[in-house]
Design a protein around this ligand. Structure first.
Ligand code: NFE
Ligand code: MG
Length: 483
């Protein structure tokens, strides 16, 4: 007989995720991933001045607002037919990449590490998993990792300060505008960015990447756990040339990998299903450019506020592993499909963090003090726009329709919408659900293994569901002690 294991809320991720699995003979035999908080940013965008989009959509999330800012402003560049000068493009890239650095460091140390590292018996390290736990690092190595957990807090602060050199503040900087960015560049800014980057590279290359390798050594069974759907998708990001709404000469190239075959990415192949999501059924299967957000909280059979995006009908994993795979990054590609695993995701994220930090040093050198940072752009009376980029957690797209100079429709399809999606109209499980299948569970009262699988994706539910109904949520129904 199967035992039901419910983790709700899933802690040390962003937002409200419920994971339910059935365990039989020590393994997961069925899985459901549910986003349990309704948001409605797409709905509140309607009827507003399109120029507000990049400020409002950044409020989708406090972890990756920059990526929403960039997706949104690319979407507006496209709809406004705006031209962006090199400084504007580079400033956007640098701000977004600074956010990646802080986000990747945050994920490994603050969110995931305590699945593998046993902290001292004092908060914030307790309470922790019950029973004997599964902590395998020798005491000295474990102690060093605890020290690195603390150093990571400082590294994240440095990454935020780096972002603020050109973005003025973190999170939610105001500097993105259609046509570029508003912050003039000085020689002093360039020198400051270099100083921060050199310090961060020391942390990433000297501590973060080696720590991931250490975890991989002691928990090597996690190369075989958490495979997922095996389909990979990247929209690509960080344009190295100007024009085409940020799609030229991308530092991270776009691509897909489906059923063992590489292919080119075509945004017209994306639709969102809602059969198992709390949205009206007649909005299912729509492409994002014509997408609708019609909440239906009591819909029978549904179990999530997350929609189910599909590419050519397939569930797709997005994120550092997907990007590294479709870009054939040697350290990841050489692993073969063993890379599709809990450790493959952590390793891809750490190496990507390093690669991006080194690239940022080059990008800083391309800034030209005194030259323009934006070209003025006008709101069209009618228009359509698409903004595609890569957020730290994966492929991110925003779509806008403008009528009478106002937003007529706005849709976002976000990395965690892809990864944490529920079943689609054909009943295919989402990528995290698939990754849970077959996961060994030693003690169903302390289900550390499925939790490690889910955390390897670095889910963000605020992004995935993108207004909290205060009337509904102000009633206290239960108390949680959040670990
Ligand atoms: Ni809220 Fe986000 C990132 C975006 S994720 S963290 O990265 O877009 O789904
Ligand atoms: Mg959406």
């Amino acid at each position: 007989m199967a035992t039901k294991v419910i983790v709700d809320p899933m802690t040390r991720i962003e937002g409200h995720l419920r994971i339910e699995v059935e365990v039989a003979n020590g393994k997961v035999v069925n899985a459901w991933s549910s986003g349990t908080l309704f948001r409605g940013i797409e709905i509140i965008m309607k009827g507003r001045d399109p120029r507000d989009a990049q400020h409002i959509t950044q409020r989708i999330c406090g972890v990756c607002p920059l990526s929403h800012g960039v997706a949104s402003v690319l979407c507006l560049d496209d709809a406004f037919q705006a031209k962006v000068p090199p400084n504007g493009r580079i400033i956007r890239n640098l701000i977004q990449a600074s956010n990646w650095l802080q986000s990747h460091i945050l994920h490994f140390y603050t969110l995931a590490a305590l699945d593998y590292v046993k902290g001292p018996d004092t908060p914030p390290f307790v309470p922790r998993y019950g029973g004997e736990g599964d902590y395998r690092l020798p005491p000295k190595v474990n102690q060093e990792m605890v020290q690195h957990y603390l150093e990571a807090l400082n590294a994240r602060r440095r990454a935020h300060e780096l972002l603020a050199v050109l973005g003025a503040k973190a999170p939610h900087p105001m500097v993105f505008v259609p046509g570029g960015a508003t912050q003039p560049v000085t020689e002093a800014d360039i020198a400051e960015c270099r100083k921060y980057l050199q310090e961060l590279i020391q942390f990433i290359d000297g501590i973060y990447v080696p720590d991931v390798k250490t975890v991989a050594e002691y928990y090597s069974d996690y190369w075989d756990i958490g495979r997922g759907c095996g389909n990979m998708l990247a929209y690509g990001g960080f344009p190295q040339a100007d024009g085409e709404a940020g799609r030229r000469d991308l530092f991270i190239r776009p691509g897909v990998y489906i059923n063992g075959q590489f292919g080119t990415f075509d945004p017209n192949r994306i639709v969102e299903d809602v059969k198992y999501s709390w949205y009206a059924n007649d909005t299912s299967g729509l492409p994002p450019a014509r997408g609708e957000t019609v909440p239906q909280p009591r819909k029978a059979g549904a179990y999530s506020w997350i929609k189910a995006p599909r590419y050519q009908g397939h569930p797709m994993e997005v994120g550092p592993l997907a990007r590294s795979w479709v870009n054939k990054v040697p350290e990841i590609y050489s692993l073969g499909e063993k890379a599709f695993s809990v450790l493959g995701r952590h390793y891809s994220r750490a190496l990507e963090c390093s690669r991006v930090a080194h690239a940022m040093l080059e990008w800083v050198g391309q800034l030209k003090p005194g030259e323009p940072v934006y070209y003025p752009a006008q709101v069209p009376s009618e228009g359509h726009g698409m903004g595609l980029t890569e957020a730290s957690r994966g492929a991110l797209g925003h779509w806008i329709e403008i009528k009478n100079h106002l937003v007529a429709n706005y849709q976002a399809v976000v990395p965690t919408t892809w990864n944490a999606s529920p079943r689609d109209d054909r009943g295919q499980l989402g990528p995290i659900e698939q990754a849970l299948m077959g996961t060994p569970v030693k003690d169903p009262r302390n289900p550390i293994e499925p939790v490690r699988v889910v955390r390897s994706f670095d889910p963000c539910l605020a992004c995935a569901i993108h207004l909290l109904d205060l009337r509904k949520h102000s009633r206290r129904t239960a108390r949680f002690r959040v670990l």
